[in-house]
Design a protein around this ligand. Structure first.
Ligand code: SF4
Length: 404
């Protein structure tokens, strides 16, 4: 494979590069498998999104000591008594694997508030799943706990950084010391040899800090930077997201960084970054190539696994599925329409057949300028943002500069 040879020329190990392929096409937290395994761990671009999501995010708990201003989950202090149990969680992982999904991310709240997190990771690994998790920067995060996660087989950990200074980060997280604890956790992860991802949510709140945040993230020996564009859900409704022009300007900065970054930059909840890249490729390499409409192929001409494109666009309910702490199944954590519950429904049946899920995979349902757009198959806009802004998941993307 072209990227593999490129990675070897750059001195990356096979393990690192395999993980980069997976992260390159994944919508959020990703994993770094020691080897490609089958059947569940087959190359994700072979996943038929009508049959299975590329990625399932399971919110193992909503408990968290932080109170981040953008928190989708509006996380709470205490664990909920009706959280999925270890037994239920293992059964869920069994079904996810059988469905054909290769990647599972255990999120929160703060997933390390669950003492059985390692058992869940180990069970997922025994099934051949790629397992990631996203600890919060709190005093619970110790080197010993990270070592324990590594022993359980975790493929990758992600930490969240949304500001370049402790003062601003802690103000955002609403807990003093979180910034330093997060950076300490990141250093420990690298010392332990755990591939490291950083997640950053951009909104009006931190847009003017982009360069400082990007420089900080780049200094952390990461393999992946996942850049989220705020969706106004949960506590995030109190923040202002970027408008179309600000979003486009941020795309340009990310695209410039992605050309030289030795890590993958992935954009989440801004599917129109795919449109932006197609247009850039159109300018850079000629209209004939871009007109083929295959973002991955266009991207591949650049020879760098650093733009973070998926072979197919991943969107709520299309390549993506979310399970909340009590088992509710939603198209995304940012599109919290409950379509079933794993205690009473098969996640496979919900993903494949539930009416909202099937509609979200049908580009003919798109409305407004997204419905008329030539990029709708390659992009489609954030269905989560459409739902949050318009109350209609098929409405047009409000943060896209295209006027059609
Ligand atoms: S109009 Fe909609 S489908 Fe077209 S590029 Fe913008 S967000 Fe994507």
């Amino acid at each position: 494979m072209r990227f593999y040879g490129e990675a070897l020329r750059q001195g990356k190990s096979k393990r690192t590069f395999d993980s980069q392929i997976l992260r390159h096409i994944s919508p959020t937290m990703h994993s770094a498998p020691p080897a490609i395994q089958t059947p569940s761990a087959r190359m994700p671009f072979q996943v038929d999104f009508q049959q299975a999501p590329l990625l399932v995010i399971w919110e193992v708990t909503r408990a968290c000591a932080l109170a981040c201003r953008h928190c989708r989950a509006s996380a709470i202090n205490q664990r909920h008594p009706e959280e999925l149990t270890l037994r239920e969680g293992k059964a869920l992982l069994d079904e996810i694997q059988a469905m054909g999904t290769p990647i599972v991310v255990l999120t929160g709240g703060d997933p390390i508030q669950r003492d059985d997190l390692e058992e869940l990771i180990a069970h997922g690994k025994s099934l051949g799943l790629r397992m990631g998790t996203i600890p919060a920067g709190t005093p619970r995060l110790t080197r010993e706990r990270l070592a324990s996660l590594r022993e359980a087989g975790v493929d990758q950990v992600a930490f969240s950084i949304d500001a370049a200074t402790a003062e601003r980060h802690d103000a955002f997280r609403q807990v003093p010391g979180s910034f330093d604890l997060t950076l300490q956790g990141a250093r420990w992860a690298r010392e332990l040899g755990i591939p490291l991802q950083i997640n950053t949510v951009f909104s009006r709140n931190n847009l003017n800090e982009f360069e400082e945040i990007a420089d900080l993230v780049a200094s952390l020996d990461i393999v992946f930077w996942e850049v989220f564009f705020l969706v106004p859900t949960g506590r995030g409704t109190e923040l202002q997201g970027c408008n179309a022009e600000e979003t486009e300007a941020l795309f340009a900065k990310l695209y410039t960084r992605s050309k030289t970054a030795p890590y993958v930059i992935k954009v989440t909840e801004a599917q129109h970054y795919r449109r932006y890249i197609l247009q850039q490729n159109q300018q850079d390499r000629g209209r004939a190539l871009a007109n083929r409409g295959d973002a991955t192929e266009v991207h591949a001409q650049g020879g760098r696994p650093a733009i973070g494109m998926s072979s197919k666009v991943v969107n709520a309910g299309s390549g993506f599925c979310f399970v909340d702490h009590t088992g509710d199944i939603c198209p995304s954590g940012f599109l919290p329409e409950v379509c079933g519950n794993v205690r009473t429904h098969s996640i496979t049946s919900v993903y494949r057949d539930q009416s909202l899920f099937t509609a979200l995979r049908d580009p003919r349902r798109l409305e407004g300028k997204c419905g008329r757009c030539e990029f709708k198959a390659a992009c489609g806009g954030s269905r989560s943002r459409a739902h949050a802004v318009h109350g209609n998941p098929f409405a047009e993307e409000t943060t896209c500069v295209l006027i059609r």
